[in-house]
Design a protein around this ligand. Structure first.
Ligand SMILES: [Zn+2]
Length: 461
């Protein structure tokens, strides 16, 4: 039986630029088949399962274009680490000592948070993804998963710098192929795989070539962290005859319409020109980046103005796209010293239409006929959202993740009236805490010099 969502406010239009009051959305299987006035749709679809949504807003499901759910294992612990190396000092080491069970538990809690905050699609590259991809797939989310490959021995960088080792890279290539074989185009195509190079400083030309071969032979999209830190820029300069990370990717055929590059924080104006010319999309992770203090985000206005397709992600330690939208709006206005740009519609499209474009998904990102039924339903009867004058403006400036009441992905209810249907919420939260204690205990045992937060140390073995 089809689903009819009715008597709601509906955000629709190709550019998410129309607000229908007393609107309705008809869903059949995994598709939206009609959008319009409630009276008309109620008479047209009388046998559909009807849901009356007074004081509710129907929006396209949010697309988190860059995240690492498993790294929630570090949540609250390393945001205040000052000049400490968060990537090679914590994220990489802990991702290697976690067991498959630990990874599954953290991936599950990340997916739970994503669903509860109105996200319907995650782009999630990390390590050992094959071990927890099924757990993520079973949450009902739409997924783009990738094994984030490197051939620099990343666990050594923190103590002894960069050493490139083919066997290290081969293990990643093997895991990349395993992930693709097991999960690409599964669950009614809801789960897709990408090919990922972790970052420019830790991928040699050999590895980039091998990854390209896989992407081309399997017809997959590509993703990478790009110009994320000054350390990365310095390392690429020394190994690639003074090139910037973007120039290094251009030389190694790693820019293009099929490439999604995260951060781009240290791009020069000429680098941004190359991203624009090659139609490479970028994932901006404002909340995560801003927690690190100065991070070269001065390039954001340039990226937008030179026509790069800008998308939003949460990156580390959060799956909350409402936070990403709000921090993104505030940060980017600050950088421009312009109180009106970006607009709420710009920011909302960075979380919907633009990521859909980056993934070449014409069927995602807005509420319209023939689009995939990936939908979030948001309560508007909230003190912090009242009164409503400009719905999208209120949603971006003041909306909270907890305003999300229901989520539909691929035509299936994933959360209904506040209850996530694909997971036992309490159990997922308990397991994530237990797994985090195990993972940090393993980290402490393997690398005794890594600083552990004092409050947490008492729980570790
Ligand atoms: Zn990242």
């Amino acid at each position: 039986m089809g689903i009819l969502l009715t008597r709601a406010t509906v955000l629709t239009g190709k550019q998410n630029d129309k607000v229908l009051t007393n609107g309705a959305v008809a869903i059949d299987n995994d598709k939206i088949i009609d959008v319009g006035d409630s009276d008309i749709l109620e008479s047209k679809y009388q046998n559909f399962d009807k849901h009356v949504l007074t004081n509710r807003l129907i929006i396209p499901g949010l697309i988190n274009n860059h995240t690492h759910t498993v790294l929630n294992v570090l949540r609250g612990a390393i945001e205040n680490a000052g000049s400490a190396d968060r990537v090679y000092g914590y994220m990489v080491p802990i991702s290697f000592v976690m067991t498959d069970e630990d990874r599954k538990a953290l991936a599950a809690v990340g997916c739970l948070e994503a669903i509860k905050s109105g996200t319907t699609t995650l782009v999630d590259p990390l390590r050992f993804v094959n071990s927890y991809a099924e757990t993520m797939a079973n949450t009902g989310l739409r997924l783009y998963l990738a094994e984030s490959a490197a051939d620099a021995v990343t666990t050594e960088i923190r103590t002894s710098g960069y050493r490139y080792d083919k066997s290290w890279g081969d293990a990643f290539l093997e895991r990349t192929l395993q992930l693709i074989d097991n999960h690409h185009a599964t669950k009614n195509n809801r789960v897709q795989c990408m090919v990922a190079a972790h970052a420019t400083d830790i991928c040699s030309p050999w590895l980039l070539r091998e990854l390209n071969d896989i992407a081309h032979s399997k017809g997959l999209r590509r993703t990478i962290h790009l110009a994320q830190s000054s350390q990365e820029v310095t390392q690429v300069k020394s190994m690639a005859e003074g090139k910037t990370p973007v120039e290094y990717l251009l030389e190694n055929d790693w820019l293009g319409r099929d490439v999604l590059a995260a951060h781009c924080s240290y791009c020069t104006t000429s680098d941004i020109g190359l991203l624009s010319e090659t139609a490479t999309s970028m994932a901006h992770c404002p909340a995560s980046s801003a927690r690190r203090g100065y991070h070269g985000l001065a390039n954001m206005p340039g990226l937008v103005d030179l026509g790069v397709n800008v998308t939003l992600g949460t990156d580390n330690m959060s799956e909350d796209m409402f936070e990403a939208m709000r921090v993104g709006l505030i940060l980017n206005r600050g950088m421009r010293e312009d109180t009106g740009v970006p607009t709420p519609k710009d920011i909302f499209n960075w979380a919907t239409i633009n990521p859909a474009y980056s993934l070449e998904r014409e069927d995602l990102g807005n509420i319209d006929k023939n689009m995939k039924a990936d939908i979030s339903i948001v309560r508007l009867d909230r003190a912090h959202l009242s009164p409503i004058i400009d719905t999208l403006s209120s949603l971006v400036h003041y909306g909270q993740a907890s305003d999300v009441e229901s989520v539909i992905v691929d035509g299936e209810w994933v959360m209904k009236e506040g209850k996530v249907l694909t997971m036992d919420e309490e159990e997922v939260i308990t397991q994530a805490q237990n797994a985090t204690i195990r993972a940090w205990s393993a980290l402490k045992k393997q690398w005794g010099d890594i600083i552990i937060p004092e409050e947490f140390d008492q729980f570790l073995s």
